[in-house]
Design a protein around this ligand. Structure first.
Ligand code: FAD
Ligand code: NAD
Length: 396
């Protein structure tokens, strides 16, 4: 048939928003839309630090994709993408092949380990439902082991990187430890959390006053910071930092950064840290039918600096990308992508957070309420009131 085929890879923040907008804007029989995702659920990455630490349930961090899209309008394919063949306009899946006229790549990032020896093999990362299940189980297992192995006299956790992911996770972990100590009859004095950061400050680049507040909150919860100390190696039983000091720890969680999906580079696209520098319409240079969004894309601001990869920009890109694909099909003029920052809100565990919104700084309880609002707003955008009621956290 002559109906154009649109294939969306990845049902993350970018992919879901694109799919939902296409579903709304396309007329009947104007295009075939296929959404490919490794799982039949969408996970709320921005919430994963909580189930990882065990302070919230896994189910609050995922939603069946069938609840988010209209399956009469969009074909959902649950499969893993293995290869993108740009010349042939085909996508190779683990169990089949799809051809496309328009491709939207929103496969999300991968942990960036900067080639640190042992990191890929021995550290865990917060990136999917499956990866956080492992962290959660691993944490509990350490407490169970401690009571059954006489050689263990302490339980130590190392979190590598004090960016937003590291800090948000450490905060949850610090909230979780007292519960686990009670449950497993462990003296809290024997449990230690280290957050190791290479840069001269935690949350590099963020408002210094709020960074200080965050560190004070976390120190009070029992976190030990090592700032200006790079992790040099990861071992099965700890990390080597700075000039060769070893921190023993059975648990190492790496939050040292993310890069683009390896499939992009393998497809022959030019990348920086795995990300494609897209044109003003979010297309891969030289491939006007291929759009790249979210953590896989690189967009520069007016001053020539790349925007950090966030859910916020991925969502806005999803909306813009859908518009531009529809415009291309209708042979209309596309719209340049312009990012509008809504601010930054980061949680610091129960009842605490830091935020910069509309140029104003917030901390403590107020910021924590803002964080909840941001989370509820997202649920509302993708699933309306029913999803807000089902997955939203209003208290605690
Ligand atoms: P993702 O949301 O990562 O989605 C990618 C999708 O592709 C997934 O569904 C995945 O299963 C699928 N996929 C991957 N590979 C394949 C494959 N080969 N085949 C098929 N499917 C595949 N940003 C904010 O703006 N605010 C926050 O508060 C915030 N908090 C965060 C907290 C944590 C703990 C973390 C880790 C990140 C946080 N971020 C936050 C960053 C934000 O989550 C990411 O920028 C965002 O998820 C990127 O969206 P995306 O659409 O590019 O990819
Ligand atoms: P990041 O790149 O922002 O932070 C990684 C941190 O690890 C940096 O501070 C870096 O200096 C440090 N690091 C790197 N190598 C190291 C080493 N060898 N030893 C010790 N420290 C090392 O990554 P992230 O925190 O995962 O965030 C990824 C993206 O997601 C960012 O754009 C961030 O803004 C976004 N995010 C936002 C929120 C929020 O808004 N609440 C929460 C989480 C993530």
């Amino acid at each position: 048939s002559s109906i154009p085929k649109i294939v969306i890879l990845g049902a993350g923040y970018g992919g879901i928003l694109t799919a939902q907008r296409l579903q709304k804007e396309l007329n009947y029989n104007e295009a075939d839309v296929t959404l490919v995702n490794r799982h039949d659920y969408h996970y709320i990455t921005t919430h994963l630090h909580m189930p990882a630490a065990g302070t919230d349930s896994i189910e609050h961090a995922r939603v069946p994709i069938s609840k988010l899209i209209d399956e009469f309008k969009i074909d959902l394919v649950k499969s893993s993408v293995k290869e993108i063949r740009l010349q042939d306009r085909k996508v190779i899946l683990e169990d089949g092949t799809l051809s496309y006229d328009y491709l939207i790549i929103g496969l999300g990032g991968e942990p960036e380990t900067f080639g640190i020896p042992g990191m890929l093999d021995h550290a865990m990362t917060i990136r999917s439902i499956n990866s956080v299940r492992l962290i959660r189980e691993h944490i509990e297992y350490q407490f169970a082991m401690y009571k059954n192995d006489n050689k263990r006299n302490r339980i130590r956790f190392v979190v590598g990187g004090a960016g937003f992911s590291g800090v948000e996770f450490v905060a949850e972990l610090a909230d979780r430890i007292p519960q686990l100590c009670k449950e497993f009859d462990v003296n809290p004095k024997n449990v230690h959390i280290y957050n190791v950061e290479a840069a001269p400050s935690a949350l590099p680049g963020f408002d210094p006053e709020l960074v200080e507040h965050a560190m004070n909150v976390l120190k009070k919860k029992g976190v030990t910071f090592k700032i200006g100390v790079p992790i040099k190696q990861c071992l099965p039983d700890g990390v080597i930092v700075g000039e060769g000091e070893k921190i023993d720890a059975a648990t190492v969680v790496w939050t040292g950064g993310i890069r683009g999906n390896a499939l992009l580079e393998q497809a022959g696209l030019e990348v920086m840290r795995g990300r494609v520098k897209v044109d003003e319409y979010l297309r891969a240079p030289g491939h006007e039918h291929v759009y790249v969004i979210g953590d896989n894309s690189l967009v520069f601001n007016g001053e020539g600096r790349p925007y950090p990869p966030t859910a916020q920009i991925a969502m806005q890109q999803g909306v813009n990308c859908a518009k531009n694909v529809v415009a291309a099909i209708r042979k209309k003029q596309p719209q340049p992508f312009v990012f509008t920052s809504k601010g930054t809100v980061a949680s610091l565990g129960k009842g605490e957070a830091i935020a910069v919104v509309g140029g104003k700084k917030y901390k403590g309880w107020k910021a924590a309420q803002l964080k909840k609002l941001v989370d509820l707003r997202y649920l509302f955008i993708i699933g309306g009131i029913p999803l807000v009621l089902k997955k939203g956290r209003f208290f605690g």
